[in-house]
Ligand binder design. Structure first.
Ligand code: SF4
Ligand code: SF4
Length: 367
């Protein structure tokens, strides 16, 4: 599939620059780093051989990663790729193929991919996989006689069986996400379903989020490479338990305001629980309130935005985003009455219970 020939001289020259630009720096060992030493973490990422395929998505997980990697100093991504950030010289992640970062284009980029796939590698897939019309809707690179593109579907069929592990990155890769939103015109499949249907045996690890947090990806990769796959405990949705065992609601600094029925009625006042404004954190698993984004201690609720439960399989078809929870409760009550089952439309049993319990409090507060 990747066999377009280029001269050895050209390849060596270009691979030099592609390799330099295919790596990015990270700033620190994330919390939960007690599982690895700083040295183990740095060594694992430096030698990781990561092939990162961008399938159907918005590249937000790539952007999230780049925003993070340069936090903590005055360097930006330009400084890092040009070698002007010596303080980060030991903290590089070895991306062998990453379309947003790499300098190589065309045949050169495809040759980088082919070379990386010869050895052992970790496969990161960002985005859902277009399967309708043989995957025609997403292509990277051309076939040998330059007559048609190579679909993402074909790339993954080729790479996935050879990978040490597959990390499905972001909500599009893990569940289908926005590209698979109804009516799913390009036949997007999430990675775990695709791999299962293709009878590929390589283990899949789901790292959801829209976008995902770079720590959620890098620490599990380092653990798999250093301690083996069994050292990474996964939940029943294949998410690393270390990050996804609790709900954001249970860790939210405004949780006391939820219990005390102090609800915010505007997005901008910076105070009060956002439940009435559509916050779905009670059903969202992740350590967002502690992990925070861009190294700035911020997460969705802290920025005044209700959580949309982007780490859950129901996102984004879990009802209109930012719908007032009182209205949502009412709709669910009607649905329950019509269909005669307490399970319909309400989401988890926990949420149903909590909504009932807090409905009176919320109505009182909203007056
Ligand atoms: S509903 Fe949202 S804002 Fe309110 S406590 Fe839970 S996570 Fe925080
Ligand atoms: S707080 Fe909610 S919407 Fe924000 S990243 Fe976490 S799970 Fe996603």
């Amino acid at each position: 599939m990747f066999e377009k020939e280029i001269s050895r001289r050209d390849f060596t020259k270009i691979m030099g620059s592609a390799a330099a630009l295919g790596t990015v720096a990270y700033y620190a060992l994330p919390s939960f780093g007690s599982l690895l030493t700083e040295e183990e973490y740095a060594a694992a990422l430096k030698t990781a051989n990561i092939i990162w395929i961008q399938a159907s998505g918005c590249s937000g997980c790539s952007v999230s990663a780049l925003n993070y990697f340069n936090f903590g100093n005055q360097s930006n991504i330009g400084d890092v790729v040009l070698g002007n950030a010596p303080e980060l010289a030991d903290n590089f992640v070895n991306f062998r193929f990453q379309p947003t970062l790499m300098a190589g284009q065309g045949y050169v980029a495809m040759e980088s991919l082919r070379q990386a796939a010869k050895g052992s590698f970790i496969l990161v897939i960002e985005g859902g996989i277009a399967t309708k019309d043989a995957g025609f809707y997403a292509e990277v690179g051309m076939n040998n006689d330059n007559t048609h593109g190579i679909t993402i579907k074909e790339h993954i069929e080729e790479l996935a069986p050879k990978a040490t592990a597959i990390f499905a990155l972001g909500s599009c890769a893990t569940w289908g996400g926005v590209p698979a939103g109804k009516p799913n015109p390009t036949g997007i499949q999430n990675v775990m379903d695709f791999v299962k249907d293709q009878n590929i045996k390589t283990p899949v690890i789901n790292i959801p989020g829209c976008p995902s947090h770079p720590d959620w990806l890098l620490l599990p990769i380092a653990i798999v490479l250093t301690k083996g796959l069994d050292a990474l405990e996964l939940d029943n949705l294949l998410r690393p338990k270390m990050f996804f065992s609790q709900t954001c609601h249970d860790q939210c600094p405004r949780r006391g305001q939820f219990e005390g029925a102090k609800f915010s009625t505007t997005l901008s006042n910076g105070d009060g629980c956002l439940y009435l404004l559509g916050c779905r954190a009670p059903e969202a698993h992740g350590d967002c309130p502690h992990r925070t984004w861009n190294g700035k201690g911020r997460w969705c609720v802290d920025a005044g935005g209700p959580c949309v439960a982007c780490t859950e399989p129901s996102f984004p078809d879990n009802g209109p985003l930012y719908l007032n929870m009182l209205m949502w409760n009412h709709m669910n009550t009607v649905a329950i009455g019509l269909l005669g089952t307490a399970a319909v439309g309400v989401g988890t049993g926990y949420i149903a219970y909590k909504r009932q319990q807090n409905k009176k409090k919320a109505q009182k507060a909203a007056k």
